[in-house]
Structures are given as structure tokens and as C-alpha cells.
Design a binder for this molecule. Sequence first.
Ligand code: NAD
Length: 470
Amino acid sequence: MREYLKFYIDGQWVDPVTPKTAEVVNPATEAVSGTISLGSPADVDKAVVAARRAFETYSQTSVKERLDLLETIQAEYLRREEELGMAVLEEMGAPRGLACGFHTLLGKGHLGTAIEVLREFKFEEQRGPTMILREPIGVCGLITPWNWPMNQTCVKIFPALATGCTMILKPPQLAPYSAQILAEILHTAGVPAGVFNMVQGQGSVIGTALSTHPDVDMISFTGSEPVGVQIQKDAADTVKRVGLELGGKSAWIVLDDASLAANVAGATSGMMGNSGQTCSAGSRLLVPNARMDEALAAAKEACEAVTVGDPLGNVAMGPVVSKSQYNIIQDYIQKGLDEGATLVAGGLGRPEGLDKGFYCRPTVFKGTNQMVIAREEIFGPVLVIIGYDDLDDAVAIANDSNFGLGGYVSGEDAETCRAVSRRMRTGAIWINGGFDFHAAFGGYKRSGNGREWGEEGFREYLEHKSVVGW
Ligand code: NAD
């Protein structure tokens, strides 16, 4: 049993101002796996005072000093990587291979990328008579979700540290363990007191206290659209900068010349990774109508090959994060059936043999883009396959969405892939797979307004000062 009852404020582990606790449930067993403290606005006040004070000196540190600090953190992160992975496994149910693999790799990747960007970043730039100074924005409130805990946390903390900001992290209540270990890593690595602070608790309490706080300069939020909208409203009175990284319903277009079966299989098993709880998941798979039968056969085979079970075992998919997430996903599967989508694989209920834990069945529908299951973010292992007639039709379907986070294009002809990418209204597109820590990540439309990852991720945390007559 884990017991994380203290917050990290001003370089120390401290008790909450008013003691209040909550249990954390292991999604694989439904048993309580630990207890955390739930903070109050008074804890946020203490953390903001510490961060404001620390900003005076930390904002003046040199690039070399911050590079040294990040490299020390990197060594400590590597030392505790396995522990971080096991915390992710326990808090949100990711299978061991994924939790101790891609989950922690993403955190490590953002740290390494922050170091690389910091080495080259131009904090000062002369343009004619004017010197442009890029300065840290100040005290940042970082609010993160539970679905890729290390990714979301590290992609905020390390650029904020690299640019000279100070911060208060509010981790997700459902998945609070890995953030606690990360705070220990930062402490051991010698992050100066007050630069990094962490208060656990409820979004409506701690998140709101940060968004409305007059001494917080910026909020970086990753999470759902309704909460993002609320944060913008809460932050409006104090004219904060608000970076929003919200949901998605990303289209994966398999072009006519692509190897259809292999791409459909890849897209299907990719969708089930992390139990479908990925904001940029390719949850709408667009295939040529003329080859629909072939696509459905490949999707069915790939979906039924996904192994589901205890995250400690050798499985591809674990449970979803919570009972309520399980229920939401079941409701969407029922909606798909009710609105006449064709069930290709999976369906309602738990996979056979699993009667405890929040396990869903990997599910594939053939549907239309007008169906609810194609319009709303399900955030579970549910893929919708949609047919298109020609390229214009494919692009129109892909863009017919309130969201605009990710996009995927599979095809042999590079020029066609590029042309389709130009026409898709999303913040990131992956052509034939590929991965790049320096590629900015963020949304068009209701997927948000921020950009994280790489150099663009630094700009979120910087003010721009023009000094004319330098
Ligand atoms: P959520 O919006 O419910 O919660 C996210 C965080 O906000 C949590 O820490 C929560 O406690 C906090 N919060 C809740 N109410 C708040 C309030 N009123 N004020 C301030 N903070 C508040 O989202 P979730 O369920 O944790 O995560 C899933 C969502 O996150 C999905 O929509 C997913 O697409 C999105 N997401 C987006 C990205 C991206 O980079 N665009 C990445 C991962 C997840």
C-alpha cells in the first residue's frame, strides 16, 4: 500500500494545511492501492508564495546552470525509471511492457529534448535596432491528466525548468503516484527550494485555486474540453496565459496505394494501445470504400489478436483507468449498436475470463462519420472504420470534426501523403508512422490552443520583450 500524505512545497515535504485524504484504486484489481492527501486553496497559497519567491532568483540563472540541473535530474530519472514505470502500472493499469517502456520513455524523451533545445535556444535576438528578450513568464500552474502521466507531466515540467520558470504541479487524482516519485527525483537532484512545488487533490479545488490565483502567471492544462473551457473562464479575471491541450478524434487515412491489410492491422492494434486512452489516437480509420471488405477482415483479425489481462502479465492491453471510464466506454459501445453501426469485433462487457478489474473488450465498428461514436471522444479501445470514395472525400471526412489534434496518413506516394497532410486541419500528422520528440504537439479547433514538445514547447513558458534602441 502506498501512502503519499505530504505535499512538496518550498523544497520540503509538508503536511496539508487541513488534513483530508482519498483512496486510490488499482484498476486491475478494483482494490485500494494507496492513500493520498487532498489539498485545499490554503496549500496552493503556500506553494504560490514559495514559487513567487523562488522566481526572483531562479529566473536569473544562466543557461549553463539550468543545463547542469537538468542533467542531474536526468541521471536521477534513469536511476528510478523502473519505479516510475511500476507506479504508472499501478495507478492507471498500463501493462508492464508499456508502463516501464513507452510511458517512462516519453518522460525521459521530453527531459532529453529540453536539454537539447536549451543548448541551442536563442533567449536574445537582435533585429535591427531592437533586442528581443525571451524571458520566463513567471509562476506556472501545471494541471495534468491520468492517461499518460509521465508524458504529460514531463512535457510541462522540463520546458518550464529549462526556461527559468517556477511552478506548482497538480497531478491527476486518479493517477497520483508517478508524480510523487518524480517530485522525489527533483528534490534529490537539487532543484532549488520553491522552484518546483506539488499539491495533490481535486481538480475543482486545487485546479480552480491555481486558475484563479492572482499570483499565478500562466496555466498549462492537459485534459478534457469542458474542463479546459472552465479554466479559461476562471483564468480570465487575472488575464493569465492559458495553454490548453485537449481531446481529439483523429482520423487515420489509408490511401489507395497503401498496403491495406498491414496498415489497417497496425491502426487497429495501435488504437488498443494504452486501452485506447490516448488523446491523439487514430480513432477514425478511413479506408477506400472499394476495399472495405478487405479492411474489415484485417481489422477483425488484428482486434481479436489483442491480448487483454493483468498488467503484470505479458499482455497488450490492461484495464481502463476507473469504473466511471469503463461505464462511459460501455455507453458508447451501446450507442454505436443503437445507431446502427456494424460491430466488426469486440462489443459490450468484459473480455471472457476477466470478471474483476475495469477491462473492456477491444472493439471495432464500421460506421459513418455522422454517428456519435465517430464524433465524440470515447477515450477507450473503440475504433470506427469509415469508408471514403476518393481523396477529396477522405479529406472532407477527416476534417468534419470539432477536434483537430492528430492525423495519420498511410500511403506509398510521398507527394500524395504530403498533399493530404497540408489539407488536414490538425496540429500534428504522422505519415507512415514515424516519431519525433522535436515535433510540436497541440491542437487546432477544440483540441486546444497550446503547443508542447521541442522548441515550440519552450515558447509556452516565455514572455517576449522588445527593447528598442539596444
Ligand atoms: P480532466 O479534464 O477530467 O482532468 C484533467 C486534470 O484537470 C486533472 O488533474 C483534474 O483533476 C483537473 N481538473 C478537473 N476539473 C478542474 C477544474 N475545474 N479546474 C482545474 N482543473 C481541473 O481530464 P482527464 O479525464 O484526466 O483526461 C482525459 C482527457 O485529457 C481527454 O479528453 C484527453 O483527450 C485529454 N488529453 C489531451 C492531451 C493533449 O495533449 N491534447 C493529452 C492527454 C489527454
